[in-house]
Each structure stands twice: as structure tokens, then as C-alpha cells.
Design a binder for this molecule. Structure first.
Ligand SMILES: C[S@@+](CC[C@H](N)C(=O)[O-])C[C@H]1O[C@@H](n2cnc3c(N)ncnc32)[C@H](O)[C@@H]1O
Length: 246
């Protein structure tokens, strides 16, 4: 099990789920689980009864109990809920996602640097029922730490990393760049098929993304505050859209 979990962390077709929250959401949204390990079946059973009775049956059917010492070696930070799993990542059809005519925006994260932030953004996007989440840069939105931050909600909507912005040029969706120096956000005027693009934590929207954008939009802030945290600004904009979309 130890090398299996180690290999799965580096496998771009697999997802390592740490903790009951992530396992629960993955199963709820159709994940194919290959391995599910717990350090205590009675503890897992009790947690499922209390927190996730809807997935109790498949979790317990798949669960393999191991001793505390082995469990501690499967992932770098063993979760307090005592359950970890390996699942397949669902494939993403980018062309279909970009051309999808349903009124749901796409979230685009430019080179996000913090895996916890990436996870928090995916979680908000899933809750607000976005069409999907795209990212650029070196960080994998399916990394185990991003999955932990996203509570496994990467399974609830298409989530994929782009090789570059060139992949967006085939899209007819307008690109709206969120930028503290943009025009004030008017939630009712947000295009329901927009690509809502957020910049990297330190430097904001790049020149390349700015050139691609059809407009720059800001979340109004009190004078003196320079910007919001990335995931916080994503939450504000996505729910501004959601609450105004009828
Ligand atoms: C931590 S901020 C980056 C700060 C960077 N120094 C800048 O000036 O953009 C990360 C991203 O969150 C979004 N953001 C944060 N505060 C915002 C605001 N008030 N209005 C619009 N977008 C905001 C932007 O997309 C920004 O690129």
C-alpha cells in the first residue's frame, strides 16, 4: 500500500483523497474508487452514520482496515477521520466545455500558487454550480493538497489545467478579468457564459491574460485595501453571479 499511494500521488490519471470529506464528495459525484483504507472500521462507520449516511454503504464495502502504524505512512499528513483513498480522475473534454451553451460561467485561475487556495476555489465553483474550473501554471488542481482544500469537489464539475491561454482562442465565451483596478462589478450584467478569470496571488492578471480579456471588472473595496485573497474574491464574484442569476 505504501508504494501504491506514493505512485498515485504522481500519477496524472489518479487522485489521492485524504479524509472523509473528500471521499464523501468524490463518491457522491461518481468517483471510481480503487483503494479505500481506514485505520479503524468502527470509527469510520460511526463518522459515516453521523456525517455521510448516503455513501456509507459503498465506503464500507470498499474499506480495508490497516493498523495505525501503516496508515500513518500512506500520506504525508494522515487525516483525523482515518480514511484515505485512491480514485480515477474523470477526463475533461475541453472543447465541449468551452462550447457548452448552458448559462453557467467558467472559472479560470491564472497560475495559482497555493494548493489550498486552488481547492477553496474549486469548492466555491462547485457550490455555485459553475460549468467548470480551468487553471494555468505549474500547480495541479488535482494535487492531493488541492483535493483536501476542495473537499474532493473536483469530482463535482470539470476541473483541468490548460497548457496555455492559446487553448481558449477557439472559444466564443467572453473573457472577464477580475482586477482590483477594473470597472466596478455589476452582477446583473455578468454574461452567463463568461470565463471569469482571476490572476495569480502576488502579481494579479498578467499582460497576456489582460490582452485576451474583453473587460476588466473589480469588486469594490474600502479605500486603502489593495486586494482580496484569491479564493475570497472568487467566492464574492461567483456568488454575486449566482444570487443574481434568478
Ligand atoms: C491576491 S489578488 C492579486 C493582487 C495583485 N497584487 C493585484 O493587484 O491584482 C489575486 C486575484 O484576486 C482577484 N482579486 C482580488 N481582489 C480583487 C478585487 N477587489 N477586485 C477584483 N479582483 C480581485 C484578482 O483576480 C487578482 O488577480
Amino acid at each position: 500500500l505504501i508504494p501504491r499511494f506514493g505512485r498515485a500521488r504522481r500519477d496524472s490519471e489518479l487522485a489521492v483523497l485524504e479524509g472523509l470529506h473528500a471521499v464523501k464528495h468524490a463518491l457522491r459525484f461518481g468517483a471510481e474508487i480503487h483503494e479505500l483504507v481506514t485505520r479503524s472500521l468502527p470509527q469510520l462507520s460511526g463518522l459515516l452514520e453521523r456525517l455521510a449516511p448516503d455513501v456509507a454503504e459503498p465506503v464500507l464495502a470498499a474499506a480495508r482496515e490497516v493498523d495505525e502504524e501503516l496508515f500513518a505512512k500512506l500520506v504525508p499528513l494522515p487525516p483525523s477521520t482515518g480514511v484515505v483513498a485512491i480514485a480515477s480522475r474523470p477526463g475533461v473534454d475541453l472543447a465541449a466545455l468551452l462550447s457548452d451553451v448552458r448559462p453557467a460561467p467558467l472559472l479560470l485561475l491564472e497560475d495559482p500558487r497555493d494548493l489550498g487556495n486552488i481547492g477553496a476555489c474549486v469548492r466555491v465553483a462547485a457550490a455555485a454550480d459553475m460549468a467548470g474550473v480551468l487553471s494555468t501554471g505549474s500547480h495541479d488542481p488535482w494535487h492531493p493538497d488541492a483535493l483536501r482544500g476542495g473537499a474532493g469537489l473536483q469530482f463535482a464539475l470539470p476541473v483541468t489545467r490548460l497548457a496555455g491561454f492559446g487553448q481558449l482562442t477557439v472559444s466564443d465565451r467572453p473573457v472577464l478579468a477580475l482586477d482590483p483596478d477594473g470597472e466596478p462589478l455589476r452582477p446583473r450584467e455578468l454574461d452567463p457564459r463568461a470565463i471569469l478569470a482571476f490572476g495569480t496571488e502576488r502579481d494579479g492578471i498578467s499582460e497576456e491574460l489582460g490582452a485576451l480579456a474583453d473587460a476588466r471588472i473589480s469588486i469594490p473595496m474600502r479605500p486603502g485595501v489593495s486586494s482580496l485573497n484569491l479564493a475570497t474574491s472568487v467566492a464574492a464574484v461567483l456568488f454575486a453571479w449566482r444570487l443574481n442569476s434568478g
